[in-house]
Design a binder for this molecule. Structure first.
Ligand SMILES: [Zn+2]
Length: 199
């Protein structure tokens, strides 16, 4: 190995602080996640995400709610047959756009007096597939209107109608490490500029 290579391999301080994983939502994906979560408010919705996976980055183009009308409080369970079916369709129609199944989303809702949060539950973590993007959309009743913004913790937050919405992400790198997960920053440039009309 030459000294030139050694120099290249030297780790900079920046590399030590691992870059956060970021997921960018397209406007249609944002709209589907929020509207399907609000629609079933006090129940939970689940669905899957289609997009492009890059290094430490996801571009979410579409969110598609599962057509399973379950009552009560569902949590995402991943049916691998369904995943491969989706990928098969995508490979035929996406014509080199590189669209694929990239993960799941589900909503969290008010439970008794506990407000909904974007923190994955133990059940969520048990069913999480390593390497997949997981988005949680927490729906609560709003106290006041806020415009859409990204919080410092990487949570996309805003209000729609009478609801306060928070969209957070998480990611599990390896299987079998219990409850360990990383946060994924959620960004949606299409909406962080939109100001809700006062009603
Ligand atoms: Zn959950």
């Amino acid at each position: 190995m030459t000294s030139k290579n050694n120099k290249k391999k030297r780790r900079t301080k920046k590399e030590k602080n691992k870059e956060p994983i970021v997921a960018y939502l397209s406007f249609p994906a944002f709209l589907t996640i929020v509207s399907s979560s609000v629609e079933v408010f006090r129940k939970e919705t689940i669905g899957y995400l289609v997009g492009i996976k890059g290094e430490n980055k996801f571009m979410v183009e579409y969110a598609i709610p599962y057509q399973t009308a379950e009552s009560g409080y569902v949590h995402a369970t991943v049916d691998m047959d369904r995943v491969s079916r989706i990928n098969e369709i995508l490979s035929k129609v996406s014509q080199g756009q590189g669209l694929e199944f990239v993960g799941d989303f589900h909503s969290h809702t008010v439970f008794g007096k506990s407000p909904a949060t974007v923190v994955p539950s133990n059940t969520d973590l048990k069913s999480t597939i390593p390497g997949e993007l997981n988005i949680i959309c927490a729906v609560n009743m709003k106290k006041r209107a806020v415009r859409w913004y990204e919080s410092r913790r990487g949570i996309l937050t805003g209000t729609i109608g009478e609801y306060r919405i928070e969209i957070g992400g998480y990611y599990v790198e390896q299987a079998g490490i219990g409850r360990k997960y990383e946060r994924v920053d959620i960004k949606c440039p299409a909406v962080t500029g939109i100001v809700e009309e006062k009603r």
